[in-house]
Design a protein around this ligand. Structure first.
Ligand code: 3H9
Length: 694
């Protein structure tokens, strides 16, 4: 068979060519073959062409480049819709009187999967993935996906795919009936054409919208069970519930009626605030990867081996990211016992993942096989990147960097995992400041997606580019931050923590403050977070020096969950209950400091904790610590669990209205910490009716 990938060039992203009696319809719309207006029109035209040409007996729809259609063109959302609409396009494909085969590679996502579902047959290479990620944009599949998918793949599978947005692999797709045939990698189009020839005379044509048996055999309890299982995951989100509702409709209504309802729900979600926030966030995440001020032609440095100093929880977690990506790691500790404990914990973590079926035993061994544990600091000499994850103390860090300066090979990148310390000071203490960068991982480092890449004054452009690229390679979301105390995330956390603690003295309880944050959509409130992380973090360790509530808790061993007591009491299953001891401590302190206790409203908590964070975010922006407001949002969503349906703190501030934020802060200013000051950027923008994000 000739290579049918040599399609002639046309101005439309859709081209056609004939191979025997099969019309091959090829999309070429980089980077992801999104279903733009031109692509949709091209598809309709191609189907009309197939209908009109008597010599055509079957059609194959496929794509050039890395992927099958990855969905509707998200950049068109929010603009006046252009004909032909995707629902009409997919209906036209399904109504074709000649068999249509979708030939899938890469990712058939959203509208892309809906196109595939409207074809009469679907073939795919084993590496292909299929999914309905609309829910991650606060939407549901709006071109018949919620109605066709359960009919083809089964109700439970459709629920999982639509409501979680997670894709499935082609093999799983084949097992559930979504894919009709798996085809060898690299041979997709010729085999798809062969398949089309095999089925060219089969009638009636199998139409997804007409299939009944998978929805007829559905147990009605599947919906409630599914919602119960996922209650925590869906908390606060509108779209997952709408997706479930739409799939449920497929089981009770004829296709045509279900499709009309689906469309209504799609439009409802599309015009809502949550989807606007989630669509904003989709682009925010991608923008975060772009580094400003990078000289053209900057090339990353090659990284073949990574060194990690410190095999504690952080060092171990950091190492696992590289091991999982197949990058060898040399991990150094001071004593054999700590080294064994660290590597043992890494293996245990991998094995736990394997026991949940998310890794095979071979993959565990493969990952651990990339690890070289050692007590010999000099073993770091052949590493291309060395990350220190030692005790958070400037003198200790400088000492480690001094040693690295002597043994690291020329051109090696020297990174610190510090959460607060000044990267410029560390860099200035050695002979090669241009090689120094911050790589701030969040705990647990093998799980959390965020990576703050801290750009020092002297950090070389290629060092920054390498750290960002590597972050992506190990499946993190890297964000560039400038040097300041706490960088982006932890710096914004500080004013929140200060006000939250002040509020306790003034009359709020830890439960109230935490509830306000959880109701807002955060995974936990400031005091739940303190108990989880350890109330003793940063404590001076002198039980006789009790200057605030935290000192008082630490002095009596209430260090948080690890001690069974912190701001809350914990039972053996780590379930929290309010603590009368803590309440007494708070009241005693209030008395000692002459703070008059009063009723605190939930609104005051929002204004003093969340609004102060916005103010700090604005300062971070005006000082150039963050490249753009959306980067701050990425940090907060991926590093601290800010609800993505509120876009992130800066997007949320914009949607609340900056004048409202300023009003709230003005109202609270007298009660807040004495060194509170307004961000000029916030004041200016509020006054001019501007926003942080566009
Ligand atoms: C939908 O389909 C609704 C329908 O049900 C109903 C309609 C009526 N549109 O992620 P990457 C851009 S909703 C426009 O870095 P990767 C992206 O911004 C849609 N642009 O690549 C970036 O641009 P830039 C459902 C898009 O290889 C570039 O492509 N589909 C779209 O890491 C590369 O992206 C989805 O939600 C789009 N749909 O990952 C799928 N997708 O270079 C969303 C990407 O200027 N997409 N871009 O920064 C993805 O999940 C990933 O992009 C994908 C590739 C896995 C495909």
């Amino acid at each position: 068979m000739t290579d049918v990938r040599d399609a002639p060039t046309t101005t439309s992203p859709i081209s056609t060519r004939k191979h025997g009696d099969v019309l091959i319809v090829l999309s070429n719309n980089p980077p992801v073959n999104a279903l733009s207006t031109a692509v949709r029109q091209g598809l309709v035209d191609a189907i009309e062409q197939a209908e009109a040409d008597d010599s055509v007996h079957a059609v194959v729809i496929t794509c050039e480049g890395n992927t099958f259609f990855a969905g509707a063109d998200i950049t068109e959302f929010g603009k006046p819709p252009q004909q032909p609409w995707l629902p009409a396009v997919v209906d036209r494909i399904e109504a074709c009187t000649k068999p249509v085969v979708a030939a899938i590679h890469g990712t058939a996502l959203g509208g892309g999967l809906e196109v595939a579902l409207s074809c009469h047959y679907r073939v795919a290479v084993p590496s292909a993935k299929m999914g309905t990620p609309e829910v991650k944009l606060g939407l549901l599949p709006g071109a018949g996906g919620t109605q066709r998918l359960p009919r083809v793949a089964g109700v439970r599978k459709a629920l999982e795919m639509c409501a979680t947005g997670n894709p499935i692999g082609a093999k799983e797709g084949f097992a559930c009936g979504l894919i009709d045939r798996l085809i060898e990698e690299d041979d997709l189009i010729p085999h798809a054409v062969g398949y089309a020839e095999e089925v060219r005379d089969v009638r009636p044509l199998p139409k997804s919208s007409e299939r009944e048996y998978k929805i007829n055999e559905c147990d009605p309890s599947v919906f409630d069970d599914f919602l119960k299982e996922n209650a925590r995951r869906f908390r606060g989100f509108e779209a997952p519930l709408k997706n479930v509702e739409a799939v449920k409709l497929a089981c009770s209504r004829p296709y045509a009626e279900g499709a009309i309802e689906e469309r209504k729900m799609f439009m409802e979600l599309m015009t809502g605030q949550q989807s606007a926030a989630q669509r904003y966030f989709f682009f925010a995440e991608r923008k975060a990867n772009k580094i400003e001020g990078l000289p053209e032609n900057t090339e990353p440095r090659p990284i073949h081996r990574v060194g990690v100093i410190g095999a504690g929880t952080m060092g171990g977690g950091i190492s696992m990211n590289f091991l999982s990506a197949g990058i060898p790691v040399t991990i150094v500790e001071m004593g054999q016992e700590a080294l064994d404990r660290g590597t043992g914990l890494m293996r245990k973590n991998y094995e736990a993942t394997a026991s949940k079926g998310r890794m095979t035993a071979e993959q565990v061994e493969k990952a651990m096989g990339y690890l070289q544990p050692t007590l010999d600091f000099a073993a770091l000499a052949d590493c291309d990147l060395i990350i220190e994850a030692v005790y958070e103390n400037m003198d200790v860090k400088k000492e480690v960097f001094g040693r690295l300066d002597k043994i690291a090979k020329p051109g090696a990148i020297l990174a610190s995992n510090t959460s607060y310390l000044n990267i410029n000071e560390i860099a200035a203490s050695i002979s090669r400041p241009a090689d120094v960068v911050g790589m701030h991982f969040f705990s647990p480092a093998n799980v959390m997606k965020l990576l703050e890449v801290v750009r020092g004054d002297k950090t070389a452009p290629d060092v920054l580019l390498t750290a960002m690229g590597l972050g992506k390679k190990i499946r993190k979301v890297p964000v560039v931050a400038g040097v300041c105390h706490g960088f982006i995330g932890n710096r914004m956390l500080m004013p929140r923590q200060i006000e939250a603690t002040k509020l306790l003295l003034e009359g709020a309880t830890p439960e109230q403050v935490d509830r306000v944050h959880v109701d807002f959509g955060m995974p936990m409130g400031p005091f739940q977070m303190a108990d989880l992380a350890g109330v003793d973090i940063g404590w001076h360790r002198d039980p006789n020096r009790v200057e605030n509530v935290r000192d008082a808790l630490c002095a009596i061993d209430r260090w948080g969950q690890k001690k069974g007591a912190g701001f809350y009491d914990y039972d053996e299953r780590r379930r929290p209950t309010p603590s009368p001891v803590v309440q007494q401590i708070i009241e005693d302190f209030a008395k000692k400091q002459g703070v008059e206790r009063r009723e605190i409203s939930d609104q005051e908590i929002v204004e003093r904790t969340l609004y102060t964070m916005i103010n700090e975010g604005a300062k971070i922006l005006e000082e150039g610590i963050a490249q753009r407001a959306s980067d701050i949002d990425v940090v907060w969503v991926y590093g601290y669990g800010w609800p993505v349906y509120r876009g992130g703190p800066m997007f949320w501030a914009d949607s609340e209205g900056l004048a409202k934020i300023v009003d709230g802060l003005n109202r609270q200013e007298a009660r807040m910490r004495s060194d509170f000051s307004f961000s000029k950027l916030l004041l200016n923008k509020a006054e001019n009716g501007e926003k942080f994000t566009s």
